[in-house]
Design a protein around this ligand. Structure first.
Ligand code: CIZ
Ligand code: SF4
Length: 311
């Protein structure tokens, strides 16, 4: 190993040790999203998708939850667990897709389609959840749309996940024009070229990818579904079209399988803002506390609870 690499690994090891000690001292648990940096995932007590982590948060008995992810995820943890202190280590770690819809936009949209039910992807702010009828994740979006008591659905904010659902239901799905800039960077030509290089790999993409990309894949799944799929599949080569962070866990869980990324462009800069130093600072200084106004929290929780009743 190169000298610089050895020094870097030593720095990581020291930070991980400090974090473990601080965690005990602060009575904290660390939750990390599947898209976090490998070294951050390695220091976490639980790694998962946003919903798994929010649910996990309801079962932990620690006072503090350090949520390594982006802002809306920490908000969801707070919505479901108001008695805990929820910390987001990097306050500027937002989600551009969630920011593509403002409360005023949604109110205008609802006024335009007064007979439609609003289904809101969990990748949205607490205020948007509070104004919606029900939430969904990428793992249950179709089930939620089918379960809602309305023929007409306003789907916010991800047009690509909405389109993915629209193609599988008889219901009318009206798409709000938001998107994930990271998943949109995976272009059909990237996937065609990756498929040509690895013709025997099973192609698995996220439904936040564009319709053209989804059509080129063998299957489109959420991150938790991808992990299960790869674990249970009898194939041993996979091309994965989602944020790079997921590959860390997938490779750890499947040492005998070969996992390729569909493109080097699949890196979410917001997910990568959180470093071990950020986690260390969060525990040391109790930053940054995520709060949701009680009125918003109750309404947002209603939308999340309705989803949890469906799945
Ligand atoms: O809900 C999540 O955690 C996200 C952002 C993606 C997924 O498919 O799990
Ligand atoms: Fe938002 Fe996309 Fe990043 Fe997920 S990967 S946090 S949807 S920008």
């Amino acid at each position: 190993m190169h000298e610089r690499e050895i020094a870097y690994q030593e720095q990581i090891r020291q930070l991980q040790e400090e974090i473990a000690a601080l965690k005990r001292e602060r009575n904290a648990v660390i939750l990390a999203h599947n898209y976090q940096r490998p070294e951050v995932q390695d220091v976490a007590d639980f790694v998962g998708d946003s919903l798994e982590l929010s649910r996990k948060a309801t079962t932990v008995d620690t006072e503090v939850i350090v949520f390594c992810g982006v802002h809306f995820m920490a908000e969801s943890a707070k919505i479901l667990n108001p008695s805990r202190t929820v910390l987001l280590p990097e306050i500027t770690a937002g989600c551009p897709m969630a920011d593509m819809i403002e409360l005023e936009d949604l109110r205008e949209w609802k006024a335009r389609y007064p007979d439609a039910a609003v289904v809101c992807y969990v990748n949205s702010s607490a205020a948007i959840k509070a104004e919606s009828d029900i939430c969904c994740t990428s793992a249950n979006a179709l089930k939620v749309v089918e379960a809602v008591d309305s023929r007409r659905i306003l789907f916010v904010p991800d047009q690509h996940l909405g389109q993915f659902v629209a193609a599988q239901t008889q219901k009318e799905v009206i798409l709000y024009p938001g998107h994930c800039p990271t998943h949109r960077r995976l272009q059909p030509e990237h996937l065609r070229s990756a498929k040509a290089t690895h013709p025997d790999a099973v192609v698995v993409v996220h439904p936040e990818c564009t319709e053209d990309v989804v059509k080129l894949a063998d299957v489109a799944l959420s991150t938790s579904q991808m992990l299960r799929y790869v674990r249970e599949s009898s194939s041993n080569k996979f091309l994965i079209g989602t944020e790079h962070g997921l590959l860390h866990r997938m490779r750890l869980e499947n040492p005998d399988k070969t996992i390729y990324s569909a493109s080097n462009a699949l890196v979410c800069p917001n997910m990568k803002r959180t470093h071990l130093k950020s986690v260390n600072n969060a525990l040391r200084n109790s930053e940054y506390v995520i709060d949701v106004p009680e009125e918003t929290r109750i309404l947002a929780k209603r939308a999340l609870d309705r989803m949890l009743e469906v799945i």
